[in-house]
Ligand binder design. Structure first.
Ligand code: PEP
Ligand code: MG
Length: 545
């Protein structure tokens, strides 16, 4: 099914400036109505994005640019087009993914203004009268937010990236999505049979009967496995005679709710930087406190909050980060905390105050030296001392280090002497060990956390934590992989942290497998030439109980 988009043509306005100003107010109000409706329907991400679009409609830069073009004698139609291209160029030219995504929001915000000018309030809803897969060049967030999940079986778009807004909204609605499909021509797909796999990103238009049957089977298997796994919701599992926690990776209040609904064993990674995106200024201490306290009181097990991890592929619009040749190797994570000291101390205040509501652990990202960890840990202690002096109630400061840089893994025996816990970020540990940009689609063959080099660093870090008697978890994407997770548990990991929707699948897989069977692989891993050999060796040993 392909959404139909009639182009909006604007009439001639006697006073274009006046008409534009009125339309701004109408469009912003209308986007806010949509945002509220999305939030009321529990679609947090869609609501947040629509709110950002309302802010963009009100952005003085847009108004100035349109007036400028009107002043040069352009029609309102032309002035809007020109303003969008000027501002979009500015945003996309920054080369930063989030800013480039913001230009999509800008185009959608200006669409809302056009509709207000033409007196057409809403984009035509994407109406599907029977279940099917939605195929489009791009899908606006306003459109995605109003999709009916019971009719939209999948979404395929030519535009967008895996961290793009449509992908985020689709995920929150539980709709499989494959975005950024190169060469996709929606028009020629109308009425076609489609097979897609949202987990692998594979898409077949008019597949032959062999592929079709294979995908049908994959779908049936997935449904069956998910249904069976739901038996584990809220249970604790044991592996190798010890309790293993399967916690949630979250990015905000909506995910916290999902994690609770799936019966997560606490939160293993709260990517708090997500609270700082899509806004004009950072969240205040009070705003942060509310959210951390909500998370803390939702679970009896630890809630691991990673302090903001900006930089690299996660830029932030209102922070004056330097323009770097290689941002992934530049000022990111913990390296920023001295320059952004006020912002860091505010976040730590909020975390330490919220630690009175539950078991909050603070996790420092991108640690590459023991010295920087100790320095920032001392900074956290000084924030705590200041709060105590001011008689503000605080919880204890449990401070851990992310192991996601090879130097941290190699020196993990030292790091473990100073940290209260370690959390292994296999996404970045793979990127930095293999020198392969994790955002590049053409380097996927290098990006396997089971490459023996990455696995050895992971194993070393787990051993260091075990020897020092401190907890250790894996929170990268590989923690949800059936074979990798078994190997991590065999190494001695006591917690895995995964997306909320994967929690019970991981529990079912590990509870129904004899993890002890993969122990021999640990001795032979270093002799494997690649990830495939290591994986095969483990797969050959495992049988389901
Ligand atoms: C990681 O690097 O593995 C990780 C969990 O952190 P992020 O994906 O947020 O960089
Ligand atoms: Mg990371």
């Amino acid at each position: 099914m392909i959404p139909d988009r009639a182009e909006i043509r604007l009439p001639h306005f006697a006073d274009a400036g006046d008409a534009f100003e009125t339309a701004l107010a109408v469009a912003a109000e209308h986007l806010r109505v949509l945002a509220r409706a999305a939030l009321d329907a529990g679609r947090q991400e869609a609501g947040d994005i629509l709110e950002v679009q309302a802010l963009l409609v009100e952005d003085p830069m847009l108004a100035d640019s349109v007036s400028n073009h009107l002043g040069r004698g352009h029609s309102l139609d032309q002035a809007l087009d020109k303003a969008v291209s000027t501002l979009a160029e500015l945003l996309a030219g920054s080369g930063e993914e989030v800013m480039a995504e913001r230009s999509v929001d800008l185009a959608e915000a200006v669409d809302a203004i056009r509709r207000a000018l033409a007196g057409v309030n809403e984009p035509p809803p994407v109406v599907m009268d029977e279940p099917g897969v939605l195929i489009a060049d791009e899908l606006s967030v306003a459109e995605a937010a109003r999709l009916q999940p019971d009719l939209v079986l999948g979404i395929i778009t030519r535009g967008g990236g895996p961290t793009g807004h449509v992908a985020i909204v689709a995920r929150s609605l539980g709709i499989p999505a494959v975005v950024g499909v190169v060469g996709l021509s929606p028009a020629s797909c109308a009425g076609s049979r489609v097979a897609m796999d949202g987990t692998t990103g594979e898409v077949f238009i008019e597949p032959d009967s062999v592929v079709w049957d294979d995908y049908r089977k994959r779908q049936d298997d997935f449904r069956q496995v998910t249904a069976l796994a739901s038996r584990y919701r809220g249970t604790r599992i044991r592996c190798l005679d010890r309790e293993l926690h399967v916690a949630a990776n979250v990015g905000g209040p909506a995910d916290i709710e999902l994690a609770q609904a799936q019966g997560a064993d606490g939160i293993g990674l709260f990517r708090t930087e997500f609270l700082f995106y899509d806004r004009e200024s950072p969240p205040t201490e009070e705003e942060q406190f509310e959210i951390y306290a909500l998370a803390a009181s939702a679970f009896s097990l630890p809630v691991v909050c990673r302090t903001f991890d900006f930089g690299g592929d996660k830029p932030i619009s209102y922070l004056p980060l330097p323009d770097e040749e290689n941002p992934a190797l530049g000022l990111r994570g913990i390296r920023l905390y001295k320059d952004c000291n006020k912002l860091f101390r505010t976040q730590v205040r909020a975390l330490l105050r919220a630690a009175t509501e539950g078991d909050i652990w603070i996790l420092l990202p991108m640690v590459s030296t023991v010295g920087e960890f100790c320095e920032i840990r001392a900074e956290i202690e000084s924030v705590r001392d200041a709060l105590i002096t001011d008689l503000v109630p605080v919880g204890s400061a449990v401070v851990g280090a992310m192991v996601e840089v090879p130097s941290a893994a190699v020196c993990s025996h030292l790091l473990a002497q100073h940290a209260d816990f370690l959390s292994i970020g296999t996404n970045d540990l793979t990127q930095y060990t293999m020198a392969a940009d994790r955002t590049s689609g053409s380097l996927v063959d290098y990006s396997d956390a089971l490459h023996p080099a990455v696995f050895e660093l992971t194993r070393l870090s787990v051993e260091s934590a075990n020897a020092a008697g401190i907890p250790v978890s894996v929170c990268g994407m590989s923690a949800a992989n059936p074979i990798a997770s078994a190997l991590y548990v065999a190494c001695g990991v006591d917690k895995l942290s995964v997306e909320p929707s994967q929690i019970n699948l991981v529990k079912a897989n590990l509870a129904e497998m004899d993890v002890g069977q993969v122990v021999p692989v640990l001795r032979q891993a270093a002799g494997c030439v690649n990830a495939a050999e290591l994986r095969q060796m483990a797969e050959d040993l495992v049988t389901l109980r």
